[in-house]
Design a protein. Structure first.
Length: 187
């Protein structure tokens, strides 16, 4: 009898039902289906034709969901080489090579200089309990990767309190041990 590998699935759009396999670890925590469903309901009119950044891609679930729902381009940045290979495999399987870029690096140290555009939508879902959210916020501000109407999704552990001074909170929710919210630039 074969051992079933854990997976999550794309929950909507053109690739609904596609499995995203992963190996459980303390650093991999794919955004839960219910949370993704809430997020993409919030983003219903904003995903189509958008340029997105999945800054801590992990399994790629958030970026793949965006592509499934009509995003024009998604840049996946992931530090773990094996996870990048998994994302690349799914991108090839779904024939999305023209609208996806996978970069194997630390997103907090990446220069972003190769992109001559700013992102419409950024997914910030760093590993929990590693104090990366402030640094990610700083990267978003310092690297000039947002424009006036960029939407930023932030997912963090429940007890983490953050004040993003230059971003305005639009919506928030929580589920299990996680809280998540949608922000936009105030400038």
């Amino acid at each position: 009898m074969a051992i079933r590998k854990p997976n999550t699935r794309i929950i909507g759009g053109d690739f609904k039902g596609t499995k995203i396999p992963f190996t459980p670890s303390k650093d991999i925590r794919p955004t839960e289906n219910k949370t993704r469903e809430t997020l993409f309901n919030w983003l219903m009119g904003d995903v189509k034709d958008s340029v997105c950044l999945d800054m801590f891609a992990g399994t790629g679930a958030l970026g793949l969901e965006a592509l499934s729902r009509g995003a024009k381009k998604v840049v996946f940045i992931e530090k773990n080489k094996d996870l990048c290979s998994g994302i690349l495999g799914l991108i090839k399987k779904l024939s999305l090579e023209d609208c996806a870029v996978v970069i194997n690096t630390d997103s907090l140290k990446y220069s972003f200089e190769e992109f001559n555009y700013q992102f419409d939508l950024i997914f910030l879902d760093p590993p929990f309990r590693k104090d990366m959210l402030d640094k990610a916020y700083g990267v978003c501000l310092d690297k000039n990767i947002t424009h006036q109407s960029t939407l930023v999704y932030v997912e963090s552990e429940m007890n983490l309190v953050k004040d993003f001074k230059k971003w305005k909170e639009i919506k928030t929710s929580k589920g299990g041990q996680t809280k998540f919210g949608l922000y936009t630039n105030e400038t």
